[in-house]
Ligand binder design. Structure first.
Ligand code: ADP
Ligand code: MG
Ligand code: MG
Length: 905
């Protein structure tokens, strides 16, 4: 018989933190805390495999499960001295979902299960507090009806609001026992009216109803969407924890709360959290009452008048602080915990690694290295490379005056400016149209996730640092201000009412997620500081990393930015970008449209000094670092005049007849320019272009060597080669020019000639091409196009459909297709090195900045990756992680199935 149930309680557990796959994160950590001897209410965990059994409706398993759960509950009864569903001291249970990875707010939980018209009396007697018993009962009915019976919770909230209004109360805590009892009868009748069902009185029925509902919630629309967004396999299923209740709603010496062992926003080493007196479960995050700060420090910094837990419940606070540091030491990471205090006694209900802003992640990792808790390599692994984006975000220029129109809590750092919108849908639409928006909500819920993704920033008027908006925004790296209570959202009229202003939809605001401020209009920003913790992490990463990180840069400004981010060379300089600027395009057009070689040479002669100047400044910035320059690549038609007016202008400049020019333009038209007259094909048709570019490069190398004293080694890259003979032809021209320039300058120039591998033929014939090529750079954008036979520009018409229908998991233009395109890269690398074993290999497509693709590059032993300047730190970190984990986190991306590795997410 399979063991479906693992128990925990009274200082020992059948599972541990290592059993996360089976017990789910929550269950495994409850077991672990129990083994540590921490005060955890006893309970049992139904393993996640039972979830799929539930969906298959397997009878025998259901029987086994019943027996094992029964035995587990008997153990809880023994430990607590209470009985489930009967007796003078009734045992109440919570039924809690808990998957392998935390899915915040996605799954449903039922508390106070086991209450009925009889047990509520017994509970009240036993506790000597009827009010507490009836409060628990009404909570149970509401949650159970919502989660299990699928009756919208709003009907209950309405009843409660009406009752409170009738009685003239502001808070739930003012309600008396008999008033709650009355609410319970109203709740029961509304269930009968709405559903034609009685609220189940049999605790056994309640229990299995709740278990079924938690399993069912695994397939709820919210959960499915969340899994898609986070790549969580459906097959994992959720585990279920059934646990003895402890009560935070047991009068004023009771409370419930959440805490982080360090500040999740700044990373400061101080306990951070919120609690509510005489409350239960989700009251803290639901924003029903504004929670109070746990520490005095937190109370003071939030400017709250209401006492902290440190003041109010000093003993429980001390115990909590002690447990928090014990948990941190044990897990060697910052923890996010949930706790309840029942009449002065502290109970631990959950612990897990806490979500944190990138800045906090950096600080915590660095501090923990200094505290000798983790190693430098572990610190490097603790930072999610793509999250560095957050740090590279601009912040508000400290020198500008701030026109503050509202303030709240600094929930997620960084600043953002945008037009205000009031719904997630509007945020999505606006961002599709390329507009930047700030999403305004009273508070957010999982249904808003798409809108939160689309927004530049998020602002809520309710909720604390642990509210949904705050947690999700930090995870996404989006600036966020929550609980801006001084502002009011009038959603119906699409108005935001702030201090002294009323704004309407479309008006621009700026939020400062680090200061918790809302500012009017657009505000001057500054680039982030890249030293401090960031600098240290990057230093450790650089120490661990094997591959070099270069940048794709076409201008000195890009190159300078990239160097400040740590780029160690240029992996791709696209020379065509140099031809579009200013009046260069005229010279370019004249060159292209010239009727013969003489005409072309005349125009090229005038382009030469311009190119030489560009290269000289680029080489100066790079100061001796390697620079790969790709020869002219795009199809010529991209440069051509299009409108009649442009044609007339160019014709006049060239002393040509406009009609004749139009004919020439038409003649250059291509049906599929992507696969047309471009790359080395142009160089072969018009070798004078190559000669000009080569001359510009070599003359610039000479000039830069004189100016900086550091000689660059230009790496000249011939694009779109499929045949060795193509490369031979172009290389011969380059070598000849190099000889000329060296003779003229009287100095030696070291240089390399290589090729981009971006056609399947080139990959397959790499050993032959390597006889002529001194380096390969994988142009994975084109290689993906040509391998799949998918035009990148047309892909958006069907790739999203493919993803939705599960035909592919990832857009191959964003994350490298390891199985297909990757296989070609592997082949080319291997065959190329067979011919020339010291051959330099690199990658310069979009994938060069994608962490998963970088792992792949490490695995197959490339020498460098090259990416856009802002992605350089991401690539440095990902390259280091790839070495440290030995490429272990590569997952297969295609659906071929055969050569797929298990994903490690
Ligand atoms: P989630 O995954 O949404 O956080 P939980 O299972 O942690 O759901 O339950 C939500 C809240 O319910 C917890 O934060 C805790 O306050 C409360 N809760 C859960 N189990 C118990 C229990 N046995 N006793 C008291 N409160 C509980
Ligand atoms: Mg929750
Ligand atoms: Mg929880």
């Amino acid at each position: 018989m399979t063991k479906w149930v693992y128990t925990f309680g009274s200082g020992q557990a059948e599972g541990s933190a290592l059993d996360g796959e089976r017990l789910g994160g929550k269950g495994a950590n409850l077991a672990e805390m129990c083994n540590l001897g921490l005060p955890v209410p006893p309970g049992l965990t139904i393993i996640a495999d039972a979830c799929s059994a539930y969906y298959k409706n397997e009878r025998q398993i259901a029987e086994e499960l019943k027996v094992q759960v029964r035995a587990g509950i008997e153990r809880i009864e023994e430990i607590t001295g209470r009985r489930f569903g009967a007796g003078d001291r009734p045992l109440l249970l919570s039924v809690r979902s808990g998957a392998r990875v935390s899915m915040p707010g996605m799954m449903d939980t039922v508390l106070n299960l086991g209450l009925n018209d009889e047990t509520v009396q017994a509970l009240g007697h036993d506790a000597g507090d009827a009010r507490f018993a009836w409060d628990s009962y009404r909570r149970f009915i509401q949650m159970y009806a919502d989660v299990v019976m699928r009756l919208d919770h709003e009907v209950f909230e309405e009843i409660l609001e009406d009752e409170k209004a009738r009685l003239g109360y502001e808070f739930d805590t003012e309600m008396t026992a008999s008033e709650w009892q009355h609410v319970v009868s109203l709740y029961k009748s509304v269930i009968e009216e709405e559903l034609g069902l009685e609220f189940p009185q049999d605790p056994e029925v309640q229990l299995w109803g709740a278990v079924g509902a938690v399993f069912a919630s695994w397939m709820s629309a919210r959960a499915v969407t969340y899994r898609q967004l986070h790549n969580i396999p459906e097959g994992w299923g959720t585990a279920i924890n059934i646990q003895a209740m402890v009560f935070g709603n047991h009068g004023n010496s009771s409370a419930t709360g959440v805490a982080f062992t360090r500040n999740p926003s700044t990373g400061d080493k101080s306990l951070y959290g919120e609690f509510l007196v005489n409350a239960q479960g989700e009251d803290v995050v639901a924003g029903i009452r504004t929670p109070q700060s746990i520490t005095e420090e937190g109370r003071i910094s939030s400017g709250s008048e209401r006492p902290s837990m440190e003041k109010l419940m000093p003993d429980a606070f001390k115990e909590l602080s002690r447990i928090c540091s014990e948990l941190e030491t044990h897990y060697r990471d910052m923890q996010d915990i949930e706790f309840t205090i029942e009449r002065g006694k502290l109970w631990m209900l959950q612990t897990r690694s806490g979500k944190r802003s990138t800045r906090a992640a950096m600080k915590i990792a660095v501090d923990m290295v200094d505290e000798k808790v983790i190693t430098e390599e572990e610190a490097v692994l603790r930072i999610e490379p793509s999250s560095l984006d957050q740090l590279l975000h601009p912040t508000i220029d400290p020198r500008v005056a701030r026109e503050v129109i509202g303030s709240g809590l600094p929930a997620s750092p960084g600043a953002a400016t945008g037009e205000i919108v009031f719904t997630a849908e509007e945020a999505v639409t606006a961002s599709d149209e390329g507009r930047k928006v700030i999403l305004l909500r009273v508070e957010t819920s999982p249904e808003d996730i798409h809108g939160m993704h689309a927004a530049e920033g998020i602002l809520t008027t309710r909720g604390g640092m642990t509210s949904h908006a705050a947690v999700v925004a930090r995870g996404m790296g989006i600036p966020c201000v929550v609980g801006a209570g001084s502002m009011r959202i009038d959603a119906r009229n699409e108005r935001l009412i702030g201090v002294g202003v009323t704004l309407k939809k479309g008006d621009v605001i700026t939020i400062d997620g680090s200061a918790g401020q809302v500012l009017k209009g657009d505000v001057q920003m500054v680039q982030p500081e890249l030293s401090g913790d960031f600098g240290r992490i990057m230093q450790w990463a650089d120490r661990a990393r094997r591959m070099t990180v270069r940048t794709n840069a076409d201008t000195p400004a890009d190159a300078r930015a990239a160097r400040s981010f740590g780029a160690e060379g240029i992996g791709l300089c696209r020379t065509e970008h140099m031809f579009f600027e200013g009046d260069r395009i005229h010279l370019m057009r004249e060159m292209i449209l010239a009727e013969d070689e003489t005409g072309r040479r005349t125009a090229l002669d005038r382009l030469l000094p311009v190119q030489r100047h560009d290269f000289t400044s680029l080489f100066n910035v790079m100061h001796g670092l390697p620079v790969t320059i790709r020869l002219l690549d795009p199809p010529l038609h991209e440069f051509l005049p299009k409108t009649d007016e442009e044609i007339a202008d160019v014709a006049a400049a060239m002393g040509m007849d406009a009609a004749a020019l139009r004919l020439r333009v038409d003649a250059l038209h291509e049906f599929n320019p992507m696969l047309g007259h471009r790359g080395c094909r142009l160089a072969i048709s018009y070798p004078e272009i190559v000669e000009m570019q080569a001359r510009a490069i070599f003359e610039a190398a000479v000039a830069a060597a004189h100016e900086t004293g550091a000689a660059v080694v230009p790496e000249i890259m011939v694009p779109l080669v499929g045949l060795r003979s193509e490369l031979d032809y172009v290389k011969e021209r380059i070598d000849a020019i190099a000889g000329d320039v060296m003779a003229e300058a009287g100095m030696r120039i070291d240089y390399l000639v290589g090729t981009m591998i971006e056609l399947p033929r080139a990959a397959l014939r790499a050993h032959i091409i390597a006889e002529a090529a001194e380096f390969f750079s994988f142009g994975t954008n084109d290689l993906t196009q040509t391998t799949f036979g998918i035009s990148r520009d047309d892909a958006s018409a069907f790739i999203p459909t493919y993803q939705r229908k599960g035909i592919i998991e990832h857009d191959p233009f964003i994350s490298l297709d390891f199985d297909g395109v990757g296989e070609l890269i592997r082949i080319a690398a291997e065959r190329g090195r067979r011919t020339r074993n010291d051959m330099k290999l690199g990658i310069c497509g979009e994938h060069g900045g994608d962490p998963a693709s970088i792992h792949f590059c490490e695995e197959i032993g490339l020498d460098y990756v090259s990416c856009s300047p802002f992605r350089v730190p991401i690539a440095r970190l990902a390259a280091a992680q790839a070495v440290i984990t030995n490429g272990a986190s590569i997952g297969g991306h295609s659906k071929d199935g055969r050569d797929r590795k298990p994903s490690a997410s």
